[in-house]
Design a protein around this ligand. Sequence first.
Ligand SMILES: *Cc1c(COP(=O)(O)O)cnc(C)c1O
Length: 426
Amino acid sequence: MTQEVDWDGIAARFGTPTYVYDGDWLAANLTALRAALHPALEVFFSLKSNPNRGVYDVLHAAGARAEVSSLAELRVVLEAGTDPADVVFLGPGKSGPEIEACVGAGIYAIVCESFAELAAIDLAAADRGVRQRVLLRVNPAFSVTGSRLTMGGKPRQFGIDEAELLAGTHPLTAYEHADVAGIQVYLGTRILDADVVVRNTAYILDLADRIAAATGIRLDAVDIGGGLGVPYFEGEHELDTAALAKDLNPLLDAFAAAHPGTRLIMESGRYLTALGGTYLMRVRYTKRSMGEDFAVADGGTHHHMAAVGIGSFVKRNFPVALLSRTPEPDEESGPWNIAGPLCTPNDTIAKAAVLPALRPGDLIGVERSGAYGPSASPVYFLSHGYPAEVVLRHGRAHLVRARDTVEDILGRQSTHPDLSRPTGRD
Ligand SMILES: *Cc1c(COP(=O)(O)O)cnc(C)c1O
């Protein structure tokens, strides 16, 4: 976050719990990443990490292109004015309507994940009498460790196995309407070592050449995936973008020189949003249990599932801060367990977080929470619904998603008199 934030004002105006995104930070962070990396490398924002329209508006205005995976995500980016030539659609189980919408909108490429899907894309494009560019997602035989979720070298539902493509047995250039013209590889998420990104990319660029040679496809684009990470926990360090640029840019330079006109694409979700978001909640009650202090807040893991522990066996805390007051200099800090309102012991946002003595009414913020927040959390668990979302931009706060009301939650349910009528055998 870059700006001084009036947390009390935000809480008074929008209520709590609320996700607050710093739009100025989002734009500046993207600009800095693009400035560090090779100018030919285009950054596509993965809406999966934060599908909010207001967040996308900020990133789009700062030069992000779009990587989407559902009809709703596609609608968001098109309605935001994204040039269809700057949109790719990706996902292992695309529906007929999704493929038709991609072809209908004329997006740059569908990232195809299987031969069966390639045939479906060919049919959908034939129906419209057009050719649709396709990038093949490759399931690579290789992967550098260093990602918190490694994708390469394993049987996967994603993409087509590298060996199968290199064998050259499937006639990729034979489709009349599916125009296979590039590859995509995604090697993992939460990568904090520049060296891992560099080695993965070197592998992908080389693989693109080998697949083009084996199959005869053009390389209109090579999508090197992404998965750039941010530090959440003690002992994690920031991704060194200067080191990344130093080793990645020459690789991209050499590839660009050998392939003039080939678009180079990087996908990024977490890196573009995580550090720009704070989950703001208010302490409702404090209590002690068997010698430990608890603060029970109005927000919880139904909005912030990642706080339960992302892919780690030992649950570690997201950084948590007291935001509504500056503690007195002599005020004692202690270990606080911060829990939410759900009826499960898993609804714990932080364990033994060192904070000043919390009181009912205090505002606390879970920091680094701009990626994989409410949209990746069980927001309907216990029927609390989606929180409010706010974007700060140019010194002002804008509501970009209203909090779910009880009506919103119940309005989609239905019943029938038969359901409460006994059968006589009950
Ligand atoms: C999830 C995903 C992304 C975004 O990953 P981040 O780690 O958030 O940058 C990009 N590409 C693909 C294929 C993904 O599945």
